[in-house]
Design a protein around this ligand. Sequence first.
Ligand SMILES: Cc1ncc(COP(=O)(O)O)c(C=O)c1O
Length: 420
Amino acid sequence: MLVSNNGIGRAVVDITGKLSRSTRNLKASEVREILALTEGKRVLSLAGGLPGPEVFPKDDLARIASRVIEELGDSALQYSPTLGVRPFREAVMDFLRSKGVKVESDDDVIVTTGSQEAIYLLAMTIINPGDTIIVESPTYLAALNVFRYYGADFVSVPIDENGMRVELLEQKIREAIQKGLKPKLIYTVATCHNPTGVIMPNERRKELLEVASKYDLLVIEDDPYSFFVFDDISFTHLKTLDSEGRVIYLSTFSKILAPGLRLGYMLANRQLVRTVELAKQMVDLHSSTLSQYIALYAIREGVVDKTIQRAREAYKVKRDVLVESLKEYMPKGSQWYKPRGGLFSFVYLPNGIDTSEMLQMAIDKGVAYVPGKNFFSDGSGTNAMRINFSYLPADKLRLGIKLIAETVMSYMKSKGIMAS
Ligand SMILES: Cc1ncc(COP(=O)(O)O)c(C=O)c1O
């Protein structure tokens, strides 16, 4: 039956009543919505987690892409195994070892379409409705959305300048169990946390693993950013500290080569990788063969390591510009963690400010950020915002912060909020 009018005078089928129950609950990703909203407009975007385009190794990738097609076209343009192309998976394991990530003899790697797909496949294979996931508060919003879609409950552990406050973890787990919840896994961005940029020290990592062991929890170590540690801070990956095969390590080529390649991966015990492989067979058969060969050559030729170094240097400069600009422009009572690495800073504004409500004002002024409440499983964080500092050139970044600060000031005035 043709029922609705799509605005151009053509009657089309109304699909509302035909959607599955789970689809009806789908929530838009606020970051992706903001990206769409600002597309084509003269808006300085501090919203997405975009790498600085100056960091992309464009010439190297152009040369490599053409070489891959010339030399390996018959395989590089073809379907390939669900786990990923073997030489690429081996190169990923060697690459990880070179970065201090321990690869056990019974581990395996599966290549995914960005690490976002790895999160999705893990949720699909691990989570039953009602399972409880322990997350940092705040945490990566797109992981929350996936876990929520699969019916997870959350226990949030607050963070400080050293990441998850692990001293609260056990008590939180006990309380959850007493309430009848079923904690199953801990999801953490322990290194260069999204959205705050903080790094968890080793003592906390060891304690986290002890608690995980005591309560038999899996641990997802989501690690897109450990390549970009700016200050002299040492840490050991949870995957490396783990001796029980309970850490599932995720990472990506999005920030160290190019997100357009859509290449991520998961390193974990072979048994779990096999299950994720079965799930992936249903989702997309395999990730782009061409991208995998391009990334393989880029690793072999040192392009990835060169890009990491370039990005780390560029982002450290921008981080410093960000921190100076925040200090200079933000109203009294604003607080943030100095990002020790990664791409983001999380800013708490004076109480009473609703950053979701304020966003349109900011966009009208020509700047965008992500409202803080998206990063909390319990809807808190209304007065916070995530600011990306990797994408814009330094002068625009500075201007962006200034425009945000001006927006905050106008908003506070319009609501009669006093700076504390
Ligand atoms: C913590 C975290 N995990 C996963 C992802 C997904 O990245 P991708 O799918 O591009 O690998 C991101 C992207 O920004 C992220 O910040």
